[in-house]
Design a protein around this ligand. Structure first.
Ligand code: FES
Length: 172
């Protein structure tokens, strides 16, 4: 990365949920603020703002990252995925994303990977992720509102939904 000047806005070019996107950011601007306030993608939530709760998790080049600990200028040239990428069509959020919101991001990711594998025509696993694996990926995320049971339940329902979708694709 080239040397950046404090107080000056720098071009940030990246791919957001599969589409090219550009913006401008001062070197100190956090990715959470950049996505929400400049780009207008508000599905990335802010909780603790210091890397503990996981509410701000996005994918950067396929890896989960805390957007509250990432500077916007660091994503220049990267592929970013937010929870909005999970909606099957514009204005119609995917069931899990709409039901359990930010704290489920890790479970969404687990399930999304599985969905992507199906989309790539890779052999679909016989069953979806079980409760133990969902609880495992959620372990880095704090839920401060409802407890974890509804999140796990929603993830299991979404896994079943994806398994149905997978079977439909296989039968077609
Ligand atoms: Fe980023 Fe809590 S807001 S981890």
């Amino acid at each position: 990365m080239s040397r950046l000047q404090a107080g000056r806005r720098h071009d940030v070019r990246f791919t957001l949920n599969g589409k090219p996107c550009t913006g401008e950011a001062e070197p100190r601007l956090l990715l959470t603020d950049f996505l929400r306030h400049q780009i207008g993608v508000t599905g990335t939530h802010v909780g603790c703002e210091h890397g503990v709760c996981g509410a701000c998790t996005v994918e950067i080049d396929g890896q989960p990252a805390r957007a509250c600990l990432t500077l916007a200028v660091q994503i220049d040239g990267c592929e970013i995925r937010t929870v909005e990428s999970l909606a099957p069509s514009a204005g119609k959020p995917w069931r899990l994303a709409s039901r359990v919101q930010a704290q489920s991001r890790a479970a969404v990711r687990l399930l999304y990977r599985r969905d992507t594998d199906v989309a790539r025509q890779l052999p679909a696993p016989a069953s979806g992720p079980d409760e133990e694996s969902i609880r495992d990926v959620l372990s880095g995320h704090l839920c401060r509102c409802t407890g974890y049971a509804p999140i796990v339940r929603a993830a299991l329902e979404a896994a079943a939904e994806l398994a149905d979708r997978s079977r439909e694709k296989t039968d077609a």
